[in-house]
Design a protein around this ligand. Structure first.
Ligand SMILES: O=c1ccn([C@@H]2O[C@H](COP(=O)(O)O)[C@@H](O)[C@H]2O)c(=O)[nH]1
Length: 293
């Protein structure tokens, strides 16, 4: 089991209340490793990740290691990520593995096993998922997360400008009774993803464990596409803070009344303050204060 009692949503909501709503990304980019005086290899990534954990593990609401930046070092990189996840769990620091997994159902079950199964070396408190093989293709991960008290964050409106090509497209939709798989014309792809995630949280007691990823840079698209984020009853992971240009004004503009559900996520803008622990912590505290979170 992940540490702590109850569902991921309930544990996360408690952290959001007690610590504020900042997610700090652990992205060991080659340039940052160099600036920190570390080698661009698995050992460098591990030192980098454990430094972030030491420095801001008790300040941030949750940490989000970027899996790709560990994976580029092969099995040794993934072993470094495993040690970070284990250390974080020992210290009761919540983690989201930013792996953006998505595949046909039978393969999805294997990804779910890796990131969400009790006893898996890569298990995190939550994982990011890519629904663009169809929301229902994520079912094995949705089921296993529910079984093991973990969470998922499903990509809806990503923070990169290219995402609009697919996510803003208008397609067929589910019927009015809410059951998936219908054929009524007229909503954007991102709306359908957001609606399906809200459906997953329909019976949640407290905050649901099926979250969405909506970039803090999404701005007016949330309104134009009619996303009803206030109805999600789950957390919204909002990357795009700092290095991608978003701040408090963009969070308010993008999320409006749903801002209470938003976990603002920043990586490079905080990591640039390292490797000094005090400066990293101060950067996280400043981000929290600037976001009014
Ligand atoms: O829509 C998305 C989804 C995920 N990300 C990830 O968040 C961080 C952002 O890093 P910064 O340094 O704060 O820009 C990175 O790991 C992305 O892969 C995102 O940016 N947008």
């Amino acid at each position: 089991m992940p540490h702590g009692n109850g569902t991921f949503g309930v544990r996360l909501a408690e952290r959001m209340r007690s610590r504020g709503k900042l997610c700090v990304g652990i992205d060991p980019h080659p340039a940052l490793l160099r600036e920190w005086g570390l080698t661009d290899d698995a050992a460098g990534c591990e030192r980098f990740a454990l430094t972030v954990l030491d420095a801001v593990g008790e300040t941030a609401c949750i940490l989000k290691p970027q899996v790709a930046l560990f994976e580029r070092h092969g099995s040794a990189g993934l072993a470094a990520l495993e040690r970070l996840l284990a250390d974080a769990a020992d210290r009761e620091v919540l983690t989201i593995a930013d792996a953006k997994r998505g595949d046909i159902g039978s393969t999805m079950a294997a990804y779910a096993d890796a990131w969400l199964r009790d006893g898996s070396a890569l298990a995190a408190d939550a994982v990011t998922l890519n629904p663009y093989l169809g929301f229902e293709s994520l079912r094995p991960a949705l089921n296993l997360a529910a079984e093991t008290g973990r969470g998922v964050f499903v990509l809806a409106l990503t923070s990169n400008p290219e995402g609009a090509d697919i996510q803003h497209a208008q397609v067929r939709d589910r019927p009015a009774d809410g059951a998936p798989g219908g054929a009524t014309i007229g909503h954007a792809v991102a709306w359908i993803i957001a609606d399906a995630a809200a459906w997953e949280n329909r019976d949640a007691v407290g905050l649901g464990s099926v979250g969405l990823v909506v970039g803090a840079t999404a701005g007016a698209a949330v309104r134009t596409l009619g996303l009803e984020l206030g109805k999600l009853n789950g957390p919204i992971l909002a990357p795009g803070i700092g290095a991608q240009g978003a701040g408090r004004a963009e969070i308010i503009d993008t999320f409006g009344g749903a801002s209470a559900l938003v976990l603002a996520s920043a990586s490079r803008s905080i990591l640039a303050a390292g490797p000094d622990h005090g400066r990293l912590r101060a950067a996280a505290e400043l981000a929290l204060a600037e976001l009014g979170n």
